[in-house]
Write a new protein. Structure first.
Length: 71
């Protein structure tokens, strides 16, 4: 599992693909393809602690949108 922190909204974004297509932040929709990959096991960073969000909230939101789009 790969993880990036969006430099625009500071939310975590996760991916299990290695295909190399564009990586869009599921929270704000910005292209974070060129943002460095981080370890998903890293400690909570300042942006996440400051906004009080669970890093998995962005993943849940992304999949909810996918499910709604498929309905």
């Amino acid at each position: 599992m790969l993880m990036k922190t969006c430099p625009y909204c500071q939310n975590a974004s996760f991916s299990s693909t290695t295909l190399g297509g564009p990586w869009l932040c599921p929270s704000c929709g910005e292209d974070i393809t060129h943002t460095p990959v981080e370890s998903p096991h890293r400690p909570v960073q300042t942006g996440e602690a400051a906004n009080g969000k669970n890093p998995f909230d962005s993943v849940r939101k992304f999949f909810r949108k996918l499910i709604k789009a498929g309905s």
